[in-house]
Design a protein around this ligand. Structure first.
Ligand SMILES: N[C@@H](CC(=O)c1ccccc1NC=O)C(=O)O
Length: 307
């Protein structure tokens, strides 16, 4: 029995999987229960497009704000009715396996959160092939530094990411802020259906080009870092919610559970939530709804800190 809470890498179940099985496990659209894979992907971009248009039409926003010098280094800020110096911020990183997705189709949680006084920031980053994983991690770091510098009185910065975006958010647990001259006021992480160990991903047809060597995969794996070189949590009071959809593949479930266990083991304040009857995409889509269990958890987490 494993009492260490650690991950017995040599026994990792994916190592016994065929290439076909790995591709299957790491193709979220194939696990969608209510739609076919292609229809799920079409629906995904359609819903994202519609909700983003609605958010822009109904909320005050600052669009395409540059957070760096690069052309792709832009973010959108959606503001609550009552703008104040001390608003909490939720910063969102979209998914799409680091190769697709856009801030312009990702404003899912904007309306229910801004309605409660939370400013929502949706970040663009240079997806592959333009960007490498290392560059994306760096851009995400810069975007958070930008928010902190722009709003130094913020009530807290909460990071949220979906799938590949949850990976990018999780990498921020390891960020070295000293070279940026500012310590962001990070208070929470909401990680939705993410991947935290990229080693299996480098053997899938979709993602192999992104991760040419094992070193690339390990350097960009928050799970690997936390397991091999455990350090004191840089934000001990930070809340980290790891969530996965009930209908996500067994490998996605395993990744989320192992990451959660490793966080707890390392002294982080983590919690784990399997979302009932949700697939990989619904887990995010439903954030448009105020009464969705995850919207409620996010609001409760943000406001129990400040009210
Ligand atoms: N080709 C992938 C697409 C995918 O993984 C994805 C698509 C949109 C948003 C997130 C995704 N997954 C992780 O980032 C699939 O078949 O599911």
């Amino acid at each position: 029995m494993d009492v260490s809470g650690g991950n017995h890498r040599h026994e990792a179940p994916w190592k016994r999987m065929s290439k076909e099985e790995l591709d299957n496990q790491y193709s979220p659209s194939r696990w969608v229960v209510r739609l076919g894979a292609e229809e799920a992907m079409r629906t995904y971009s359609q819903i994202g497009d519609e909700v983003t248009k609605r958010a822009r039409a109904t909320r005050r926003s600052l669009l395409d704000v540059p957070y760096g010098a690069g052309e792709g280094e832009k973010l959108d800020i959606y503001l609550p009715e009552a703008v104040s110096e001390v608003m909490p911020f939720l910063v969102f990183f979209h998914g799409g396996y680091w190769q697709s997705g856009s801030k312009d189709t990702s404003a899912f949680m904007v309306n229910p959160l801004t309605a409660q006084g939370v400013a929502v920031v949706i970040v663009a980053y240079d997806i592959a092939p333009k960007g490498t994983l290392d560059q994306m991690v760096d851009q995400v770091t810069q975007s958070i530094v930008f928010v902190q510098k722009q709003y130094p009185g913020n009530q807290g910065i909460y990071l949220c990411g979906h799938s590949a975006g949850a990976h990018l958010a999780a990498m921020m647990l390891l960020a070295d802020w000293t070279k940026h001259g500012v310590m962001p006021n990070l208070k929470g992480f909401f990680l939705l259906s993410g991947v935290y160990d990229l080693e299996p991903i480098m053997h899938t047809s979709e993602n192999a080009p992104l991760l040419p060597t094992l070193e690339d995969a390990q350097r960009n794996s928050p799970l690997w870092h936390l397991e091999t070189a455990p350090t004191q949590p840089s934000y001990p009071a930070c809340r980290i919610l790891v969530t996965v959809g009930q209908h996500d593949s067994p490998e996605f479930h395993r990744q989320s559970r192992e990451f959660y266990q490793t966080l707890c083991h390392g002294g982080w304040k983590a919690s784990f939530e399997e979302l009932h009857d949700m697939d990989h995409f619904e887990i995010l889509w439903n954030l448009t709804q105020e009464d969705y269990v995850l919207t409620q958890i996010i609001l409760k987490t943000i406001f129990q800190e400040s009210r």
